[in-house]
Design a protein around this ligand. Structure first.
Ligand SMILES: [Zn+2]
Length: 212
């Protein structure tokens, strides 16, 4: 079985998620944006073997701790999609601009593409490319537990910002309606910020993508 624990990190309260296979104890962290001590303490408390870092996109609050953690523990960095290269290159400047601890740039071990899968222990998750908030944004779908880790694509009652460089509002709407909704109304999603919701609830009530 796939399990997860969401841990808000950084002053932006970004939802980093520790995901693990309970048969093997192997774990990955989705979006280790910062507060690495807090994340590693949880990994240790749960008795997990941390094997990889997975990224939805390369904004500072999601990716800021990635380079340091990968270097410190010798972990592979999986994702996002190549479109976020310029955001990765800009991490040192992003950290200064937003008053974050210094962040390192890095080279992902593996870029992700639409239709790819990622594996942790015995558990496989599907990757969908969902551009719009950033051009290289990906989401991780775990159909075996009806969960999706969607980063800053969709929130409970809102959607991701598109006023950054290479943001694109229509692309974001298309990502949500064409790549998230087909995962099913029952799917619970873990957004990059704030509480979980379901795709069905957002389809009914989200003012940005309701009735789509
Ligand atoms: Zn973002």
């Amino acid at each position: 079985m796939l399990q997860y624990l969401t841990v808000p990190v950084t002053q932006f309260q970004q939802n980093a998620s520790i995901v693990w296979c309970d048969a093997t104890g192997d774990a990955a962290i989705i979006d280790p944006g910062g507060d690495l001590g807090v994340l590693l303490e949880e990994v240790g408390r749960l008795g997990l073997n941390l094997k990889a870092l997975w990224l939805t996109h390369a904004h500072i609050d999601h990716a800021g701790g990635t380079g340091e953690l990968a270097q410190k523990l010798g972990l592979p960095i999986i994702g996002p999609e190549e479109g976020d290269q310029f955001w990765i290159d800009g991490l040192p400047q992003q950290s200064q601009m937003f008053g974050f601890p210094p962040a390192m740039s890095f080279t992902p071990t593996r870029w992700l593409h639409d239709g790819d899968t990622v594996q942790i222990g015995n558990e496989v998750l599907n990757v969908r490319h969902c551009p719009g908030h950033t051009p290289g944004h990906v989401v991780f779908h775990a159909p075996q537990i009806d969960r999706a880790f969607v980063g800053d694509v969709l929130f409970a009652g809102s959607i991701g910002r598109t006023d950054f460089p290479k943001g694109n509002h229509q692309q974001l709407i298309d990502s949500i309606t064409q790549r998230l909704w087909p995962m099913g109304d029952q799917t619970v999603f873990i957004p990059g910020h704030g509480p979980e919701s379901t795709f069905g609830r957002e389809r009914r009530t989200n003012p940005y993508v309701g009735n789509t």
